[in-house]
Design a protein around this ligand. Sequence first.
Ligand SMILES: [Zn+2]
Length: 233
Amino acid sequence: MNIYDVTALVISLAMVVVLGILIGCTPNDQSDLSYLPYTELNFAAAPNIPDARVSQGILSKKSEKSKNSSHKWAARGNRPWKYIIIHHSATQTGSAKEFDKMHRRKGWDEMGYHFVINNGRGGTDGKVEVGSRWRKQKWGAHTKTPNNEHNNFGIGVCLVGNFMNSMPSQKQLAAMRELVEYLMITYDIPPQNVIAHKDAPILKPTECCGKTFHRYVHSNSFRRQLNHYTMAR
Ligand SMILES: [Zn+2]
């Protein structure tokens, strides 16, 4: 082996090592936004951009139509929501205003839920109150998990009442179904991602949204409705 052969061998080995390092260092999939801190995901100032998925035929025209900015629940920006998370307030009475005060007293930025559905005590039975973090398309503060996935991408819907041994009112349920249908279609959220607080991989155990109501959330009749919303698209 002469000096040129040795040099060629060294260069080849060096290239293999460099290539190996490059491949081995491939960063995690950048399309997964969950590694970003909350603040990086505040799309409050984002303009209402037409969803590219519609022009690509991934989302139907109908789901784009429901994004119409004139809809009562429409929000500016396109936060990539993945979950709808159902809560109960575990209180007999309540409203968005009261929960906002309660959560601020805990030192939070504002009310942690995105929507509150009144039960007639603190607000009209079946009325959907839109939280200010929904209008801002801001991350939630309602379902703490180790990687923050469910707060980053979960829409928090709280029904006023304690549903350990009773169900929400008929008007609350009707309002919840209408809201869930709108959110599933608008954000392309699959039925299996419509869950109760206690179903998430939470750090602190909870019975939220209450034992009786939790059975309803997983009942065949409710699941059939969710599947129907998906198929209707
Ligand atoms: Zn909860």
